[in-house]
Every structure is written in C-alpha cells, then in structure tokens.
Design a protein. Structure first.
Length: 279
C-alpha cells in the first residue's frame, strides 16, 4: 500500500481522533468490549467526514469499530490509525470488506500489546522510575524527582502515540504486516525482555530489603549469618530469594496481591519478633 494521503479527513479531525485515543483509552473499559467503546469515541471524530449524507453507513462503521479491542495504548495507536485509513478508503469505494478491518485489528492487537507491555512497562517505566526515585530521595524530599517523572512519562507517551498513530494512518496495513513478518517484533521483544530482567535485577538490589539478624556468639567472636556467610556467598541473596518466591507464588500458584501483601506483613512481624530478620 502506498503512503496514505488524506482526501476526506482534515488534519485537525485526525489530530483530535488521536488525542481522544491517547487521553481516554479506557473510557467505559469493561470485560465485554475492553477498549471498544474508546475506539468508537475515536471514530466519532472522523465518521461524519466519511459518510456525510449516509447515516446508515455511519451506523454500520460505528458498530464495527465498537467491537472488542484491547491493546497497549501507545504501541497500538498505529492500529487505530490504520483502521481510520481503511475506513476512509472503504468510504471512497475501495473493495475493503468490513470483516477485513475487524480481523486485521484483532490479529495485530496481540503482538503490539506484547511489544508495548514488554518495552514500555518492563523497561522504560522502571528505568525512569528508578532514576527519579533516587532523585526524589536525595536531600530532604526533593520534589523534582516526581515532577521530572510526570513530565517525561507524559511527554514520551503522547509523542510515541502520535508517531505510531500517524504511521498507521499513512503507511497502512501492509507496512505493519511487513514489520511483523520480518521478525523485527520478536527481536524487539526478546531484547526488551533481556533488558527488563537487567532492570529488575537492579531494582531488587536497591529497593528490596531483607537482612538476616541471626548471630552465633562464642567467647572468641560473634559470627553474623548475614555478614560472614550470606554476603560472602552471594550479596543481596535474601532480597533476590524473596522476590523470586513472590514471583513464584503469583505466577505458578496464582496467589492474589492481597495474599502476597499479607504474607509479607506476617513474615516481617514474625521475623522481627524472633530476631531472624532485622534492619
């Protein structure tokens, strides 16, 4: 598909549609349609330009776009742009079945959700949070850490979403499918997963605290289990072990977050009272 040139939808309406998608992606979020109603709200910005004098066609398109949809907001923005482009071509008389638009959206939302969750939530947000939390902890309540994080994460989200939205609208479905078929997506996800593991390792060392308070006292010396044994074998092994245990309980045993929190509280109280754990 050649580069998409707008013939029916003005740039202002297209920008408004993107702004609605990025700002209100989970409007009326529910288990039946997920983001479907937000997608319909996006199309409400452009549908009149496609079928000005045909209310039945407008209804048909809106029913098609309100169906089940769920994706990462920023990375999935290209799907919304692509759907608008296809609906525009369909309104111009191109032979594009409505089922094709729906099926294409459905087939793309899974891979792009996986890529977005891995890269954005698994790498970008943790790294930015770690930097800004350290900045906020420096000094006596440095507020700039929170301000910088808010500004950067919002600016990055809106910029990435806009670029992807317009890419999907102009490049169309073939460019996106070509991107997926070349295996670029899998390479990005694999690289982001490795980076995410490295980031989580760094966060565990800095923000998870677990110290063994047990000591063996003799007439000659005091032998600390934490300092003389655990730190010598593997520094920060208790925070790593605690993190992996929680991961195991959540992923394998399907424990809820409330159970995990209760376990941490009980372990902390028992460990503190018995002296097994300390500061």
């Amino acid at each position: 598909m050649s580069e998409k040139k707008s013939s029916l939808i003005p740039k202002s309406a297209l920008t408004k549609a993107w702004l609605v998608w990025e700002t209100f992606p989970q409007t009326c979020y529910n288990y039946e349609r997920m983001m479907g109603q937000a997608v319909a709200q996006v199309f409400s910005c452009v549908i009149y330009y496609l079928y000005k004098n045909n209310p039945e066609k407008r209804k048909e398109a809106m029913k098609r776009e309100i169906e089940f949809f769920n994706v990462h907001v920023e990375f999935g923005a290209c799907i919304i742009g692509m759907a608008i482009a296809l609906e525009e071509q369909k309104s111009e008389g191109k032979n594009i079945p409505g089922e094709f638009i729906t099926n294409l959206k459905t087939s793309l939302m899974g891979p792009l959700a996986g890529m977005g969750d891995t890269i954005w939530q698994g790498v970008v947000i943790p790294i930015l949070l770690a930097i800004c939390i350290d900045l906020a902890r420096s000094g006596n309540g440095n507020v700039w850490g929170a301000i910088i994080y808010t500004v950067l994460i919002l600016a990055g989200a809106y910029a990435l979403s806009y670029i992807n939205f317009m890419f999907g609208y102009r490049a169309g479905s073939e460019a996106i499918m070509d991107f997926l078929e070349k295996g670029i997506l899998n390479k990005l996800i694999k690289g982001a997963s490795v980076m995410g593991c490295m980031v989580m390792g760094g966060l565990i060392v800095n923000y998870v605290s677990a110290v063994c308070g047990l000591e063996i006292v003799s007439s000659a010396q005091t032998y600390s289990i934490q300092t003389n044994f655990l730190d010598a074998v593997c520094p920060k092994i208790l925070p790593l072990g605690a993190t992996m245990l929680i991961y195991y309980l959540m992923s394998k045993k399907r424990w809820s977050s409330l159970k995990i929190i209760a376990l941490i509280i009980v372990t902390g109280i028992v460990g503190g009272l018995t002296g097994i754990l300390t500061y």
